[in-house]
Design a protein around this ligand. Sequence first.
Ligand code: NAD
Length: 373
Amino acid sequence: MEKHSYPTFDLIESYGHEQVVYCSNKELGLKAIIGIHNTTLGPALGGTRMWNYASDEEALVDVLRLSRGMTYKAAVSGLNLGGGKAVIIGDSRTQKTEGLFRAFGRFVEGLSGRYITAEDVGTGIKDMEFIMMETRHVTGVSIELGGSGDPSPVTAYGTYVGIKACVNEVYGNDSLKGKKVIIQGAGGNVGKHLCKYLFDDGAVLYVNDIYQEKLKSIVTDYKAKIINDDELYSTEADVFSPAALGGILNDETIPKLKVKIVAGAANNQLGHEEEHGKMLNEKGILYAPDYVINAGGLINVYNELEGYNRERALKQASGIYDILKNVINISKSEKITTEVASKKLAEERINAVSNAKRIRIYRDVSMFKMRNQ
Ligand code: NAD
């Protein structure tokens, strides 16, 4: 008997996606993949990454991984959004053109709002504005065009309230007065806003960045101390707040940590989600799952869909405090890591809405039957 083999479908099914769209325009050099993971809660929103992937399989795996992450982030944050993401294969320094992004925009338009795009690594406001010439299903455009502009102040605010929730858990009150906080990537967009919030609340700052010149004003304005790379993970403090790279919590760094809390804005902080989440837990370090504490950026673009208002976005981002507290409580009562607890919370919300939708559909079908009897 002939043996069938469907490796691409097997891969897509293993991530649980609803739809994967391959977009091609040979003349304009467009090779893109849009991953729509789950639209139970609403349209799938997530950025478009432009990256020089070595193969189409690598691009597919990345879009599947990233779009599934967006489903969890939106669900746990209480937003009416599903999870999606797109990747454009190419070098963002040399291969960007108006034609490429407009061609991509037409594919987004073809999905009629099931997928809404935004900026990500390798794409920026200008690219989103080219996409906007073809579709209104795009966020992250400039304030002048009705967008929300730079999301990092809202991300930083959400991270700040998330740090307070963790401090409350560990020390019994929210006060940051005198608390030592190490910020990796402090000179970046999120890092510098976070430093201000923490300093204004009385925290003592220890800052690190690969570009030390970015730290000058932080040292002057917020009395921060610069911490070198070789002491970054081993310095004793209350909070370690990563705001630079992913994968920094791993077999090499976790054993060095001398902090009570890890809570920061960087994406994909755990080298391996389950294993390193567990390692932190066993060391007695409270870990704020990254996609919970850094959801301010997503909250910011979500607000763009309703007509942008920064005050409202900040107010919504302040909800990260309670969400994180809830995640911590679940992790304690069920003796699971905070990483697992946040996934559980996200899945529960998706399942509850999906069941409610199913019941509604059954009811509609039964009404149809009654009418036809
Ligand atoms: P950014 O590029 O403005 O800042 C990153 C900073 O980290 C830079 O100052 C850079 O010099 C520094 N850096 C890079 N490598 C480093 C290293 N090895 N050691 C120390 N410092 C290093 O980026 P950003 O927008 O501030 O985002 C920071 C992190 O937060 C990223 O992981 C990003 O994915 C995540 N995030 C950002 C937002 C947002 O609204 N900007 C939202 C959600 C998540």
